[in-house]
Write a protein that binds this ligand. Structure first.
Ligand SMILES: CC(C)(COP(=O)(O)OP(=O)(O)OC[C@H]1O[C@@H](n2cnc3c(N)ncnc32)[C@H](O)[C@@H]1OP(=O)(O)O)[C@@H](O)C(=O)NCCC(=O)NCCS
Length: 277
């Protein structure tokens, strides 16, 4: 029996992991030798293997791939992308620019996907016991607005009247559902949430990229917090491309507004500094 108080044992247990096994000349991820994975397994499969423990089936990997590729970029209008480009003009290296950008993929900018998975899952739970979809969604929206915010994550867009990515992603999920590759519960939930939001607001508040990728992550069984991590992975591709492009373009100290543009000032008018005793 090993002596659990021995320094060697404690050192070995310090970083306990089921992900990677390694010794000189050997690397195994989740038990698979790296030399067998290389050339057989793609990057998306690897994301699944690393986060979920097993390799995905082809159909699962195809859906995950679609979600990951669809959200890579939304241009410098997106704060994360603008931040990456500004960081480069401040002299940051690519890793710093990427880290600065990923740091703002937080609750408001990048967190809607995670929140949408939570919402969809809560609605699925509302259906337990045979409750109809419509009633379960009604209750899901009401509790979200009561307990979290009146804004339903994954719906609405400042820029796109219809987010062109969302309908195509849902179409893929529906095709996969018809082939029996996923259950299709979450795509039905998302469509019903969208229908009820339109009815509530009297205008379209359509599914956006975060709501649509959340449907895929939920269908594939990813826990909600991983949806945010996956979004960070996906958006990192665009962040890297923009940071690199900015590095190639050059530019120094580029701020958030073009030269000559000033912000509206709302403070006191010019006044003398008072004498203080
Ligand atoms: C993206 C977002 C900020 C756009 O909001 P917006 O610019 O106010 O959108 P609109 O002008 O079209 O909103 C019109 C109305 O619908 C409401 N609305 C918009 N999105 C809503 C949502 N997801 N849930 C509930 N109501 C919403 C607005 O509050 C506004 O209501 P009001 O007229 O009573 O003030 C907003 O839809 C949102 O926060 N969505 C959820 C978060 C999300 O999914 N983010 C990822 C975006 S890709």
């Amino acid at each position: 029996m090993s002596d659990t108080s021995a320094p060697d044992f404690r050192a070995q247990q310090w970083w306990h992991t089921d992900i990677i096994d390694m010794r000189p000349g050997e690397i195994r991820y989740r038990g698979y030798p790296i030399e067998e994975l290389i050339g057989n397994v793609g990057f998306t499969d690897m994301v699944w293997l690393m986060t979920r423990g097993e390799l995905p089936g082809r159909a699962q990997a195809a859906l995950l791939e679609a979600a990951l590729m669809s959200a890579v970029d939304h241009g410098p209008q997106a704060p994360s992308i603008a931040i990456a480009r500004m960081a480069v003009t401040c002299g940051s290296s690519l890793n710093n620019a990427m880290a600065s950008a990923v740091n703002v993929l937080d609750d408001v900018h990048g967190g809607a996907g995670e929140q949408a998975v939570e919402l969809y899952q809560s609605i699925l739970e509302n259906q337990i016991g045979g409750r109809k979809l419509e009633a379960a969604v009604e209750e899901g929206i009401a509790s979200w607005q009561r307990e979290r915010t009146r804004i339903i994550p994954g719906f609405g867009h400042r820029f796109h009247p219809i987010d062109p990515r969302a309908p195509r992603l849902l179409e893929l999920v529906e095709e996969a559902t018809a082939r029996g590759e996923v259950d299709g519960n979450f795509v039905a939930i998302a469509r019903e949430v969208e229908r009820q939001l339109i009815a509530m607001k009297g205008k379209p508040i359509p599914l956006n990229i975060d709501g649509a990728t959340a449907v895929i992550y939920a269908e594939l069984g990813f826990p909600a917090p991983l949806a945010r991590g996956l979004f960070c992975l996906s958006r990192s591709v665009g962040i890297l491309a923009h940071a690199w492009e900015q590095q190639c373009q050059g530019g120094r100290n580029k701020g958030p507004m073009p030269k000559g543009w000033l912000w509206p000032y709302g403070g006191p008018a010019q006044r003398p500094v008072p004498h203080r005793d």
